[in-house]
Design a protein around this ligand. Sequence first.
Ligand SMILES: Cc1cc2nc3c(=O)[nH]c(=O)nc-3n(C[C@H](O)[C@H](O)[C@H](O)COP(=O)(O)OP(=O)(O)OC[C@H]3O[C@@H](n4cnc5c(N)ncnc54)[C@H](O)[C@@H]3O)c2cc1C
Length: 320
Amino acid sequence: MILAVLDDSPAALDMLAFTQSLGRQVEVATFAAFDTGDPDDLAKRGVRTLHRITHDELADRAPAASGDALAQLIGHLRPDGVLAVSSDGITEAMAHVAAVTGLPLATNCVEVSTGDPWLLTRVRGGGMLLEESELHVGAADSAASMALLTIAQGVTGDIGAGPVESCEVREFVPDLSETTQARVVERASRGSGMTLATAPVIVSGGRGVGSAEGYRVLEELAERLGGVVGCSRVATNNGWRPHSDQVGLTGTKVTPDLYLACGISGATQHWVGCMDSKVIMAINTDPEAPLVRRATYAVIGDVHEVLPAIIEELNARSKT
Ligand SMILES: Cc1cc2nc3c(=O)[nH]c(=O)nc-3n(C[C@H](O)[C@H](O)[C@H](O)COP(=O)(O)OP(=O)(O)OC[C@H]3O[C@@H](n4cnc5c(N)ncnc54)[C@H](O)[C@@H]3O)c2cc1C
């Protein structure tokens, strides 16, 4: 049996169809706290059993608790494999499952064959390469007792199974008393308006900006150009910007009309997040920086001089 772990992300039902296309018996697990998994809908999709993980405190505990709960369910059901949707929350929960159980986790799979061994193709490097690998699953000493996989978003399959009369709901109440103490203490919604994912212009800053205060000029320019501020991981690591501003492999992938990269070297992990921008302009003191060489346009200079000069020019033009 394969357990498909779903959440309420748009990719979840694609992932279910992908799992069903593998030709094994599939049962579904969801978290009641996140109000996912409608049994009638699952019955229409040929699912006979839904394990609903239920715990009063699950919604307010961080993903470690979801992972702990999932590990307990898996220990109880002993499926051959657990396939999960690769949304941020579930991926993090699956990482905790792997850590708690000692099972190997293969993330971002796009093709899976459940023979002996399991053959996996997975996306790595932010979409820059496909890795083919084998996972030995079974009773042999060198094999994992079960496979833990996350399936890349957008990957789907042909369900094959027709609807069934009903989907039986089995409540599973985990014991969270021993779990990590991390909790959600505040939920802040993004302010209305544009996000990194929707902005036509992104003025993005890296180490070259130098400080949190240094981003004021980027904010001013972003506002003038009708865009938002982005940043590299150095800026988030230094506490200059929130993680929601980070562009890249572990941030947001962006596709604006104009990406203005200020004092950003263009490491691969940043590049994969901005490479689909229509126009990239780099401002950097180093003419050899990777982003300067890949950009559509580059200005070789100090961000603290170039950005005020651009704003001054925009001001002058708006007066004429
Ligand atoms: C698993 C993993 C995931 C990662 N995910 C991400 C991610 O999602 N996003 C991300 O950005 N990084 C990510 N990184 C980090 C990435 O490898 C780089 O370390 C990071 O992108 C570098 O940030 P930076 O360009 O701001 O800094 P640096 O690489 O230090 O570059 C600073 C640049 O600023 C220029 N500069 C300095 N002063 C000035 C100035 N006054 N004016 C103009 N230019 C100036 C320098 O010439 C240099 O090119 C990840 C790394 C790992 C290992």
